[in-house]
Design a protein around this ligand. Structure first.
Ligand code: TPP
Ligand code: SF4
Ligand code: MG
Length: 284
């Protein structure tokens, strides 16, 4: 059993007042408490961005990686110690700019990890440039005449790549987001959660008010095992923006299919008996 206080650090968040990151921070801690995990029961892997500052505000095993690279680090942790649950906290820049390829591969491998994408449509930390999730025509300091490209569709990319749990949450609804994150933590495979996160400083289009007017919950009639239906819902964006679980199926994980991890995790294995001399001889 744990309590919210167990995750307290010496630092208070330095996000802009009203930032959607606060909602994700609170929801994650709620989900961890509900799951019954304490700070040493899992590892948080962060990218670089405003979201990554959370490394200072949640007490746990954690690593703040490079911009775009939290996914490969998380996969490395899983292969080294697949008994340690991993949660990836990434930005939309992290995930769909420099790190896009990694998302495709972790999804098709079905590595057991829960991924929370802080989707604010901008590069918050570097002061508001356009992210690949920004809508066409969106004006920022890096696109003063408006974005020329179409926005990437995080849900459709995760589905196409083969993610076994694909969901969208909203940072402005902490009770629902806490539940969704818990569902992601409980999923026995790769769980991708795109979280609509208002950036109150640099995104004056997708505000809390905008989301509240446009989002709706996928209802209980939505068949979460129907991938085609999930794609259909993924393409809805505009007057209506669906939130909730789009897709959820169970498949063997990468770790389960790796024979070297059958008996023990790599960190538990004794490396002394390995004689690598002949291998080295072959290479020299
Ligand atoms: C390899 C590398 N490339 C670029 C940067 C510069 N950089 C730091 S944060 C950032 C963008 C962050 O945007 P996002 O991932 O959306 O996170 P947010 O700040 O919006 O939470 C960039 C481009 C960096 N630190 N390292
Ligand atoms: S710049 Fe945006 S994302 Fe970063 S802390 Fe401020 S409101 Fe949040
Ligand atoms: Mg961002």
């Amino acid at each position: 059993m744990s309590t919210i206080a167990d995750f307290k650090t010496a630092f208070m968040p330095n996000w802009c007042p009203g930032c959607g990151d606060f909602g994700i921070w609170g929801s994650l801690k709620n989900a961890l408490v509900e799951k019954g995990w304490g700070p040493t029961d899992f590892c948080l892997v962060y990218g670089i961005g405003c979201h990554g500052h959370m490394v200072n505000f949640v007490k746990s095993y954690a690593i703040e990686t490079l911009h775009g690279r939290p996914i490969p680090v998380a996969q490395g942790i899983r292969l080294g110690n697949h008994k340690l649950p991993v949660i990836i906290v990434a930005g939309d820049g992290d995930t769909f700019g420099e790190g896009t390829n990694h998302l495709v591969h972790i999804a098709r491998r079905n590595v057991k990890a829960t991924m929370l994408v802080h989707d604010n449509q901008v590069y918050g930390l570097t002061t508001g440039q356009t992210a690949p999730t920004a809508p066409k025509s969106f004006k920022t300091k890096s696109t003063p005449s408006g974005v020329l490209e179409e926005a990437v569709n995080p849900i459709a990319i995760a589905l196409a790549a083969g993610a076994t749990f694909v969901a969208r949450g909203f940072a402005g609804d902490i009770p629902k987001l806490s539940k969704l994150i818990l569902e992601g933590l409980n999923h026995p495979g790769f769980a991708f959660i795109d979280i609509l996160q208002p950036c109150v400083t640099f995104n004056h289009v997708n505000t809390y008010a905008w989301y509240r007017q446009h989002i709706y919950d996928l209802d209980e009639n939505h068949d979460v095992e129907n991938r085609a239906k999930a794609f259909e819902k993924a393409l809805e964006w505009g007057p209506k923006v669906p939130t909730g679980v789009f897709y959820k199926v169970e498949k063997p994980t990468y770790e389960e299919q790796t024979p070297q991890l059958d008996v023990k995790s790599l960190v538990e294995q004794d490396l002394n008996y390995q004689n690598l001399e002949s291998l080295i001889d072959d290479l020299v």
